[in-house]
Design a protein around this ligand. Structure first.
Ligand code: ME8
Length: 509
């Protein structure tokens, strides 16, 4: 069975989750559900990044220990996953023992390879981003290029990782394997930065304690990014030969926001190369959710709370909007008006209406029950063919991560089905004695709706499940596969629809 290992970044816990975090988790969930539905053995990992100076300072401000602070905040991130129906297979916390052990093991391996050495770091550091910067990289010589906040001077003894040794190798790898780092604009940006030359990376700190101790040198804690990236190995217990997850490595996809691509597409693979571990297949950077053109963040005070949105509009409305409205890979401006508009146009009006009309007619004309018959009518055959081609078309969009194309393709079939109803006028056919023709029309609509439902499943699992039940089936979509369910509906001798509440009530602002 083909495996698929997908990850999200592990989120900092210094502030409550917002819909920027939700965005990555939702997209990763859609990809994970799609792969499972294809019959792949999927492992989907998410989690929290709990060490570092930033977290230590946040805990101090609250007057509690970093561990207490972390335990409290992690609960919110786990709750976010539940509220968004995220189907992760594990949740890794960097304060777990399995993580500590893996980090220390990797650190030791790299050190044994002589790629970690002790030296003195004097330079500039951005605490909110936990990033080191050189003077030339800074805006007006003192502001962080990522978050525009003032950097701090650091001068301390540190362990360095020989990033400069591996930079030319990763540069070659990215050039020769363009699909390793996507989208293209991000790849070009990374290659340009590599072209400028790379210094060795400071990978330990001595001025605070909240981190994983360097093996055999308790004065140092491991740099939080060096620690955090290793979650992708600790989450599958990589160094445990008996772990059933170990063969999942290398990861198929690290899904991240565009601001952390350097860490994932350069630093992380260099660490792996030094330790002799294969590289992940792909690092994909998506764009930012913005509010009025500005990045959503705690410091700007413009964060949107995912719990409020899902309460107000439902989880599936948020999932649908984020996966359909934003050109995946580019930035996208979040707005409630657009969420409501998109949901009402596509789900309430187009798909919900189609399901409602079809089921009502089958109830009225056939008492909910329709035997399987040959479909001979040309227009019926055309609609069936196009609906059965939907999944192939969508598969391509999943493979190229053109995610916004998915809902578009589904809606084209739903539009065609609504037009088919207008064109066939079943209510007029019902007044003739051509019952078989009416049956063909209704069966065609059921076939189309079944394909729409199955293809909607990864995007909006709860609503798709309800649609499937209205179509008369009891299967749990999350526990089955597309092929199995398609075969089932095609071969069943009699459809028995179960009229129920249509899962797309119109939303109001
Ligand atoms: O960077 N739009 O954690 P973090 C889209 N701990 N996505 C957004 C977003 C926005 N406005 N805001 C956040 C860290 N994200 C590190 C990662 S991984 C080994 C360590 C998403 O809490 C996006 O995926 O700052 C981004 O990369 C991530 O959250 C950053 O989360």
């Amino acid at each position: 069975m083909q495996t698929y290992y997908i990850t999200t970044p592990i989120y900092y816990i210094n502030a409550q989750p917002h819909i920027g975090h939700s965005y990555t988790s939702i997209i990763a969930d859609i990809l994970a559900r799609f792969r499972r539905f294809q019959g792949n053995k999927v492992f989907f990992l998410t989690g929290t990044d709990e060490h570092g100076q930033k977290i230590q300072r946040a805990a101090e401000e609250q007057g509690c220990s970093p561990q207490e602070f972390a335990d409290d905040m992690v609960a919110s991130f786990k709750k976010m996953g539940e509220a968004l129906h995220i189907s992760n297979d594990d949740f890794i916390r960097t304060t777990e023992e399995r993580h500590t052990k893996t980090v220390q093991k990797l650190f030791s391996l790299i050190k044994e390879n002589n790629d970690i050495y002790k030296g003195l770091y004097t330079g500039l550091y951005c605490v909110p981003c936990e990033s080191f910067w050189s003077q030339t990289q800074l805006e007006e010589k003192k502001y962080c290029p990522d978050c525009s906040r003032e950097v701090e001077e650091l001068s301390e003894e540190t362990y360095f990782f020989r990033l400069s040794k591996y930079a030319p190798i990763i540069q070659k790898h990215i050039k020769e394997n363009p699909s390793f780092c996507e989208p293209e604009w991000k790849r070009n940006e990374i290659l340009a930065r590599l072209e400028e030359g790379v210094n060795d990376l400071s990978v330990s700190r001595t001025t605070f304690r909240w981190g994983i101790p360097v093996p055999h040198d308790d004065d140092h804690v491991i740099y939080v990014w060096f620690d955090a990236l290793i979650n992708y190995l600790s989450g599958i217990n990589y160094f445990d030969e008996n772990s059933p997850c170990q063969p999942l490595w290398p990861a198929d996809l690290h899904l991240i926001g565009k601001e952390i691509a350097w860490f994932h597409a350069v630093i992380w693979p260099c660490m792996l190369m030094s330790a002799g571990i294969p590289l992940p297949q792909k690092v994909f950077s998506h764009g930012w959710l913005t509010i009025g053109g500005e990045k959503m963040s705690k410091s700007l005070g413009n964060s949107i709370d995912p719990f409020v949105i899902t309460e107000k509009f439902t989880t599936d409305a948020l999932r649908y909007y984020l996966s359909s409205q934003i050109n995946f890979g580019s930035d996208g401006d979040y707005s409630e008006e657009k969420l409501v508009q998109k949901y009402n146009a596509d789900l309430a009006n187009c798909i919900g209406n189609l399901l409602n009309r079809t089921v009502s007619m089958i109830k009225k004309y056939f008492n909910c029950s329709l035997p399987r018959i040959e479909i001979e009518d040309n227009a019926c055959q055309t609609l069936i063919t196009s609906s059965r081609q939907l999944s192939k078309k969508i598969e391509e969009s999943y493979h190229t991560l053109s995610l916004h194309e998915i809902s578009k393709a589904i809606n084209e079939v739903a539009d065609a089905s609504n037009s088919f109803i207008v064109q066939k006028e079943p209510w007029k056919v019902a007044k003739t004695d051509n019952e078989e023709y009416l049956q063909q029309i209704m069966l065609t609509l059921l076939y189309a709706i079944a394909e729409i439902t199955l293809n909607l499943y990864p995007l909006i699992p709860t609503s798709a499940q309800k649609m499937w039940e209205i179509l008369g089936f009891e299967d749990r979509l999350a526990e089955s596969t597309y092929n199995r369910l398609q075969e089932k509906y095609i071969n069943q001798q009699k459809w028995k629809v179960v009229p129920g509440e249509i899962p797309f009530p119109r939303l109001e602002l």
